[in-house]
Design a protein around this ligand. Structure first.
Ligand SMILES: Nc1ncnc2c1ncn2[C@@H]1O[C@H](COP(=O)(O)OP(=O)(O)O)[C@@H](O)[C@H]1O
Ligand SMILES: [Mg+2]
Length: 292
């Protein structure tokens, strides 16, 4: 049975509804995601996830919606096997923001995405599980040492130095999306219609999402990067609370090291490329402002 057939028979059995058609979605990376048309005429997005991940997505969706963050509605969660479940989301209008980078709209878009990040950060963190590596500086340095233990010595030294600079200032953990990249932001017109891909929402250092977002832009859209840093950071932190690029780059290094160390073999090469872009970003930022 194909995935589509599996899903159709599950939907028929559990919801008493017919899946009239399935199609693939334009973007998407780790999860199996299908767009489905139901006999009611509605479109939903069906995504196959490991069950702990599905649970984590459902929880994050509820908690984020409760604090005003735009997220898709979860219509159903259907257990597929002992290990996996299909989540059916209501389809949200819009395109991923990544599709619009490079267009004239990108500066306004960066400010809007930044202000959506500010809404995430304004959520009360107590409703979200902590990511143990990011509870404080000591935990972060110890974690980064572990994540980088197989790296070559100079890379390891640079990664650990980043984490030590991050750890030199204490922080209050905030809600973090965990993969706040332009591919995980849906936009229609000039508005953010949903943040998606909510499997890794946790409490972390308050710069993790901004750092990750800018790292992804720097890596995949280098021509856009310089023009988007200011509007994005103004949108997310305002002028007064604005972090330096050096600090963001250090946080991006630690986050890339974390994701690379935990990633299955297939995705790891890409995460090492991101780590190396993050290290180059640190070097450039420190050259420009050596005392930050
Ligand atoms: N609720 C939704 N409405 C519309 N499109 C969605 C929705 N959820 C996911 N998608 C589409 O599916 C793609 C993959 O979803 P995502 O949750 O980001 O999984 P992945 O881990 O594979 O990146 C998205 O890039 C988007 O195109
Ligand atoms: Mg995604």
């Amino acid at each position: 049975m194909t995935r589509d057939d599996e899903l159709s028979s599950l939907v028929a059995r559990r919801l008493g509804t017919e899946v009239l058609a399935t199609s693939s979605v334009g973007w998407g990376f780790s999860a199996v995601t299908l767009r489905v048309r139901l006999s009611s005429g509605r479109h939903q997005i069906a995504q196959l996830r490991a069950r702990p991940e599905a649970l984590s997505i459902v929880r994050a969706t509820r908690s984020l919606r409760a604090c005003g963050v735009p997220v898709p509605y979860v219509a159903h969660v259907l257990r597929a096997t002992d290990e996996s479940a299909w989540i059916l989301f209501e389809e949200v209008a819009g395109d991923v923001a990544a599709a619009r980078l490079g267009s004239a709209a990108e500066v306004g878009m960066a400010a809007t995405i930044g202000s959506t990040l500010a809404v995430v950060q304004a959520c009360s963190a107590s409703a979200f599980t902590p990511d143990p590596a990011w509870v404080d500086g000591r935990a972060l340095v110890a974690s980064v040492q572990r994540w980088s233990q197989d790296a070559e010595a100079p890379v390891r030294a640079a990664v650990v130095a980043s984490s030590e600079r991050v750890a030199s200032r204490s922080w209050i953990p905030a809600v973090s999306h965990g993969d706040f990249a332009p591919v995980n932001v849906l936009m229609a017109g000039s508005a953010v219609t949903a943040l998606i891909d909510l499997a890794d929402v946790r409490r972390r250092h308050p710069l993790v999402d901004a750092a990750w977002h800018l790292l992804i832009v720097r890596h995949h859209h280098p021509a856009s990067f310089a023009g988007l840093v200011d509007p994005f950071l103004d949108g997310s932190f305002g002028r007064a609370g604005r972090p330096t690029e050096a600090r963001l780059a250090d946080v991006a290094v630690a986050r890339a090291a974390q994701l690379a160390s935990g990633s299955p073999f297939i995705g790891r090469a890409h995460l090492y490329e991101l780590l190396s872009t993050a290290l180059a970003w640190v070097a450039a930022a420190l050259r420009e402002a050596p005392h930050n």
